[in-house]
Write a protein that binds this ligand. Sequence first.
Ligand SMILES: [Zn+2]
Length: 162
Amino acid sequence: MTDQHNRTCGRPTRSGNPCKVRISGSDVACGTHATEQDKAVAEAHRRGWSEGYKSGSESSATFSRSRIERLEQRVKELEEQLDDAKRVYEIDGHQVVDVGGYAYRWRGSTPLEVGDRVLLPENYVSRMKSGPGPTLGVVSKLGTTYRGPLSDIVSRAPATDG
Ligand SMILES: [Zn+2]
């Protein structure tokens, strides 16, 4: 679950910057940017919480618990649909992939696949952990839902065993 405090909408605005409007509770995006699907996700969250509240105040909670599990499942499905709806696979004509939870742009000629090993540019954290130079990563997902600036993958990692 994402941080419930100090969340902002984060949807792309006309200027290209993420929307800074604060959102709270179950909301997925601000009133301006929430789609019907966002509202359905938020509503399912809210319903899940009020069920949870009720089950806490009643003594026989088994029925409520299975209902909560169903709602949690539904929330998960909706979140996955939302992810699909927001996910882009190319930005400015370049492939975008997820490596260990971060989005990177790939300017290589052959598209990357999930499981491909790549060299990532050095950053502040990698320098602290493993010194200067690119670090090894594995493509974990194709595409991204992130809309901020992206770093470029340095290259494919050399194969270890031919
Ligand atoms: Zn917004």
